[in-house]
Write a protein that binds this ligand. Structure first.
Ligand SMILES: *Cc1c(COP(=O)(O)O)cnc(C)c1O
Length: 406
């Protein structure tokens, strides 16, 4: 068998996601370099580090100069704590008030936007055995109309947090609706509204905590990125937020997906391929079976549209994507053997595999949805210093982590 493009480990599925922690570190350093020295960086590792494997991404980001982490759920925060990660971890969105005790016990920072959650956090903070106050961020809605207190509620909430000895106002924040569309004036309007609200809080006698607004697109376009904190998600992973907001030079995608040819299929003119016979060969040709399908997050919408890279050449997906496998057309004249490496997604441009953004375009969605959609049954293989350092294999039992380090 020919070696896979990047790594050689045996005993796991042929289809695996390679997560390059060197790329994560480089991306974080590049983001740090464009931020003011006084702006701390929060790496957003929600949704299992955008599908990459949150504990490893967190470690790499912290190595490279990120100082805080952002997650969406209490469970995500607890996973990181379980990996002995001690830095501030911020819950970015709403949690159920009944989760407040668990969030406090895990030492997570809680983002509030209204009285009901705040009161539960106050109760949980009082009952929390740890003596230090619970850190709370106050989210301000400046036009996204998703999670955030309306301007008229903010002063009262800020005062309530500040006057509670069991709480610490650790941040005030907002979130942009259209930062990935740099020409849209709405981001500027949101910043103005945010500034106005911050002034009203200061005028009410509350000392302003660290302020944060920018997501990846905000950082890359320099809007709302000069506050005390900035929150970088998608760019950390080396994926541009949109076609209009490119990455910085040197940043690159951390995840690639590789597989192998598991069967060679000789096709004659008239032979159909796959369910419902959507592809019919018009001439003699060769197909290759690749063991990845929509149960892996390689979506059925890619049927007849996507391609993979084999020996640096594009091999189109023919027929329907099945649950567990696809068939690709082997380019004419290309020498292939059973077991040859297949580049399914991302990675080195010479691999000829589509980028995450190209796959997103084919699916009619954004790169975020593609990357978080790669399912847990695809093993994650982590590279650091150019070597395999760990792999995460999720079988039908609990997630097992095989460490290849030491
Ligand atoms: C997910 C999230 C981010 C990160 O956004 P990217 O576009 O991935 O950088 C930042 N802030 C909040 C509140 C989020 O929910």
């Amino acid at each position: 068998m020919a070696p896979l493009a990047t790594v050689e480990i045996s005993g796991i599925r042929a289809t695996r996601a390679i997560v390059n922690l060197d790329a994560i570190e480089g991306n974080v350093r590049a983001l740090r370099a464009v931020l003011p020295k006084t702006t701390r960086l929060m790496a957003v590792v929600k949704a299992d580090g955008y599908g990459h494997g949150a504990p490893w991404i967190a470690r790499a980001a912290l190595n490279a100069g990120s100082e805080l982490l952002g997650v969406a759920t209490v469970g995500e925060g607890k996973v990181l704590r379980g990996h002995d990660i001690a830095v501030p971890i911020v819950l970015l969105g709403s949690i159920d008030p009944a989760e407040a005790p668990a969030a406090c016990a895990a030492g997570l920072e809680i983002t509030v936007a209204g009285d009901s959650l705040l009161e539960s956090v106050q109760g949980a903070a009082r009952a929390n055995p740890t003596p230090s106050p619970v850190s709370v961020h106050l989210k301000v809605d400046t036009g996204l109309h998703r999670y955030g207190a309306s301007s008229s509620e903010v002063v009262a909430l800020a005062t309530k947090i500040e006057s509670d000895p069991y709480l610490r106002l650790a941040g005030m924040c907002t979130h942009f609706a259209s930062a990935d569309e740099p020409d849209d004036p709405f981001t500027g309007e949101q910043i103005q509204e945010f500034e106005r609200v911050l002034r009203s809080v200061r005028d009410a006698g509350v000392q302003l905590p660290p302020i944060h607004a920018a997501n990846s697109a905000g950082i890359l376009t320099g809007r709302g990125s000069d506050y005390g904190l900035a929150r970088a998600g998608i760019a950390t992973y080396g994926i541009p937020p949109s076609s209009e907001v490119p990455l910085l030079p040197g940043m690159r995608a951390a995840m690639s997906i590789e597989s192998r040819i598991t069967r060679l299929i000789a096709l004659e003119a008239g032979d159909s391929v796959g369910y419902n016979r959507t592809f019919v060969a018009t001439r003699q040709m060769r197909g290759a079976l690749v063991p990845i399908g929509y149960a892996d997050g390689y979506r059925r919408a890619l049927s007849g549209k996507a391609w993979v890279g084999i020996h640096g050449q594009r091999a189109p997906v023919i027929g329907r994507v099945s649950m567990d496998q696809i068939v690709v057309e082997i380019p004419e004249g290309l020498r292939v053997e059973l077991g040859d490496a297949v580049s399914v997604l991302g990675g080195d441009p010479v691999s000829a595999a589509p980028s995450i953004s190209e796959i997103a375009n084919l699916m009619g969605t954004n790169a975020y949805e593609v990357i978080v959609g790669i399912r847990a049954r695809v093993p994650r293989v982590f590279i650091h210093g150019g070597e395999v350092v760990a792999a995460r294999i999720t079988g039908d039992g609990p997630t097992s982590i095989r460490s290849y380090a030491d």
